[in-house]
Design a protein around this ligand. Structure first.
Ligand code: ATP
Ligand code: MG
Ligand code: MG
Length: 379
């Protein structure tokens, strides 16, 4: 049988393994901590990602390598690629790990982005502020997630505070200053590209964030044919340019009918969790199919879905399980502020059916504020 090696043992690895079980696949996850949530039912190799001995053991036990965590050091990915097929490739990963490299690639491909400028020093920040104007956001180029490593500047007077918060990282992970986009909506394209170059995308997803962390996703988003075609074309050009293999997400801001690319995630993505129950083939199964060179599954939606993220702590499971059409996911993690501990996906065969489920979920789970923007979007 085939064993898939996953670097990183979080909830993404856990859901990859769950979706791979019916395909007869086996898994081995490598993580730096012993209590990684995928390790509750997947064998774990606990080691540092730079531990050469551990990498060799990992490579010897798996047939193919993929990622739950994209910030594995590039040299480790490269070494593994000399031993086993690694998807996505270390080169694709290197671009997606770096906000400056990914935005530069987007622009090269004719994909608009927020204005951006690399910041290496305090003087650079001054220059970039003149160039980009305010409001703007200073971000670390690497290692940021869930809105971490970001500082929002309302005016130039915030420059000192921004530098105090992030300046120390200018020389380690690098910084980038981005214009703040007053978008109407956030959308994402979750797509998959096979080893043979076949490209498929799930319907566009609309996303809402709370304190920089994904809070809710609605799919298919209410988009014009033209907007949806442009978004999919952007995702395809990025995937082709990187000769990308596997699932990835392209995050977009919609402003006055125009799409600006924010970032890409070189892995299965939180805004694609709805595909587990809401699509013919989920992002997790299609990622495995892609990295193994198997035929890709259909990315068609089954009805209308809304994913609600549980951040910090889970709401009442019994209440949730009594809602027809709601699918419950508990990642088996201990509660902690800002931590993604689970999600639920409501799937309805009509807008009215989804609306009823979300109203009930909001009420029963005490999450009215979380479902409110989705209900407003449903009209
Ligand atoms: P993720 O968890 O999606 O990987 P991240 O830490 O990489 O998050 P971003 O996606 O860049 O960070 O930013 C998080 C959120 O902050 C965005 O989804 C968006 O809501 C807001 N944001 C980021 N950049 C901008 C911008 N230039 N203009 C307006 N809002 C922004
Ligand atoms: Mg990100
Ligand atoms: Mg993001």
């Amino acid at each position: 049988s085939t064993t898939v090696g996953i670097l990183g043992g979080g909830q993404l690895a856990r859901m990859l393994a769950l979706s791979g079980a019916p395909l007869g696949l086996r898994f081995l996850v490598m993580d730096t901590v012993a209590d990684a949530c995928a390790a509750q039912f997947v064998p774990l190799l606990q080691a540092d990602y730079t531990d050469q001995h551990a990498l060799a053991e990992f490579a010897s036990k798996v047939d193919v390598v993929t990622f739950d965590f994209e910030n594995v050091p590039a040299e480790s990915g490269q070494w593994l690629a000399s031993q086993r097929p690694v998807f996505p490739s270390p080169r694709a990963l290197a671009v997606a790990q770096d906000r400056l490299a990914e935005k530069t690639l987007f622009n090269e491909l004719g994909i608009a982005t927020p204005r951006f400028s690399a910041v290496l020093s305090r003087a650079d920040l001054e220059r970039a502020l003149c160039d980009i104007g305010t409001p703007c956001i200073l971000k670390t180029r690497r290692l940021g997630y869930d809105g971490k490593g970001q500082f929002r500047l309302k005016s130039e007077a915030d420059a000192d505070a921004a530098w105090a918060a992030l300046g120390g990282q200018a020389e380690t992970v690098g910084l980038i200053l981005e214009g703040f986009v007053a978008f109407q909506r956030e959308l994402s394209v979750v797509a998959v590209r096979g080893r043979d170059g076949e490209f498929r995308a799930w319907p566009i997803t609309q996303n809402w964030h709370h304190h920089g962390i994904l809070s809710a996703s609605l799919a298919p988003a209410n988009c014009s044919e033209a907007l949806s075609a442009t978004a999919l074309q952007h995702a395809k050009s990025v995937a082709d340019a990187l000769q990308y293999v596997g699932v990835f997400a392209l995050e977009l801001f919609e402003r006055d009918g125009e799409l600006l690319a924010n970032e890409m995630a070189p892995r299965v993505h939180n805004s694609g969790h709805w595909t587990i129950e809401g699509a013919e083939c989920s992002q997790f199964e299609n990622h495995l199919r892609a990295v193994l060179g198997l035929p890709l599954g259909s990315t068609d939606a089954r009805g209308l879905s809304c994913m609600l993220n549980w951040v910090g702590e889970l709401p009442d499971a019994r209440g949730a399980l009594s809602i027809a059409g709601l699918h419950w996911h508990d990642y088996g993690k201990s509660p902690r502020e800002g931590r993604k501990v689970g999600h639920a996906t409501c799937v309805g065969d009509s807008m009215a059916a989804l609306r009823r489920q979300l109203e009930e979920a909001g009420r029963r789970l005490g999450r009215e504020a979380q479902v409110a923007p989705v209900l407003a979007a449903l009209g």
